[in-house]
Design a binder for this molecule. Structure first.
Ligand SMILES: NC(=O)c1ccc[n+]([C@@H]2O[C@H](COP(=O)([O-])OP(=O)(O)OC[C@H]3O[C@@H](n4cnc5c(N)ncnc54)[C@H](OP(=O)(O)O)[C@@H]3O)[C@@H](O)[C@H]2O)c1
Length: 275
């Protein structure tokens, strides 16, 4: 996919791998809609992109731990743009951001499930009409190799909480959603894939977890860019990639009944029609 004249929304682009991907896409000619919580970080990124020869990105501020703010983000993007060629759902928190204790979102949901998965589920659904109108278009869900099956009796992990499980559950949820959405989007010209970008990139969330980085944001960024621009993935949808290569996700991802339960719960929690 040539980026000239294309519009791309990437959540969580004020830091880490999202920041790298936003810069690459903007300098390749795309109109990049950047997103994060921090206006100052967005301003610094905007200046950097302009210095590197890209067009001025459009910044959207929204805390994705609030479904109301997530809805406002979708409203703003739909109001401001006539096309959306790519939606990269990248924003996320790691297993240890702000400590090891269980946290909840503005809506009372387990925080990692809310930020890493539910907000992306809501945004994708809200943005689908624009993505369909701009087809061929792509959705890329930035997930992880860290995956933990969902216990449908305790999705919000009220018992036996630990950050790694919460993070990994949210990441498998993104992959399950990807498979499910790809089915629904068959024939629409919109593809959706998920990936593990790279293992322990040198980013805020990895450092917050006290983990020694093992790869660079460039490595993970190139894997995301492959799904955004690659000609070899043009007709691929519903897949999970480990870096550049197609891979198998946790077994639960291929359990249609589990995906159906997750979808029903997600529609109910987000208030989207179809619950
Ligand atoms: N790092 C790795 O090795 C690794 C491995 C596998 C998968 N991933 C995935 O890659 C994606 C990016 O991770 P990263 O390592 O680049 O992380 P990062 O450097 O910590 O950046 C996270 C981004 O998400 C945004 N964000 C966090 N919480 C948010 C919230 N409540 N509302 C809105 N935005 C929020 C941050 O915005 P602020 O600037 O406002 O904080 C920031 O832009 C994540 O989905 C992560 O799970 C990363």
């Amino acid at each position: 996919m040539k980026m000239d004249g294309k519009t791309v929304l990437i959540t969580g682009s004020t830091d880490g791998v999202g920041r790298y991907v936003a810069t690459q896409l903007a300098t390749a000619g795309a109109t990049v809609l950047i997103h994060g919580r921090d206006r100052a970080r967005a301003k610094t990124l905007s200046e950097e992109i302009k210095r590197a020869g890209g067009g001025e990105p459009v910044f959207y501020q929204a805390d994705l731990s609030s479904l109301a703010e997530t809805q406002q983000l979708a409203d703003a993007v739909l109001a401001d743009h006539r096309r959306l060629d790519v939606f990269i759902s990248n924003a996320g928190i790691g297993s240890q951001n702000d400590g090891p204790a269980r946290q909840t979102s503005a809506d009372g949901h387990e925080l990692r499930f809310a930020v890493n998965y539910l907000s992306g589920f809501l945004l994708a659904h809200r943005l689908l009409p624009l993505l369909k109108a701009s087809a061929p278009s792509r959705i890329v869900n930035v997930a992880s190799l860290g995956q933990h099956p969902i216990d449908f009796d305790d999705v919000m992990i009220t018992k036996g909480y630990n950050g790694s499980r919460a993070y990994a559950q949210s990441k498998l949820s993104q992959i399950m959603f990807t498979i499910d959405l790809a089915e629904a989007l068959k024939g629409s010209g919109v593809t959706v894939n998920s990936l593990h970008p790279a293992t322990y990139m040198n980013t805020t969330m990895v450092r917050a977890g006290g983990i020694t980085p093992m790869s660079t944001v460039e490595q993970g960024g190139e894997a995301i860019l492959h799904l955004v621009t690659g000609d070899d993935v043009v007709n691929k949808s519903g897949l999970f990639f480990n870096g550049m290569n197609e891979a198998k996700a946790n077994r639960q991802a291929y359990d249609a009944e589990a995906r159906k339960r997750l979808r029903a719960l997600s529609l109910e929690l987000t208030g989207l029609p179809g619950a």
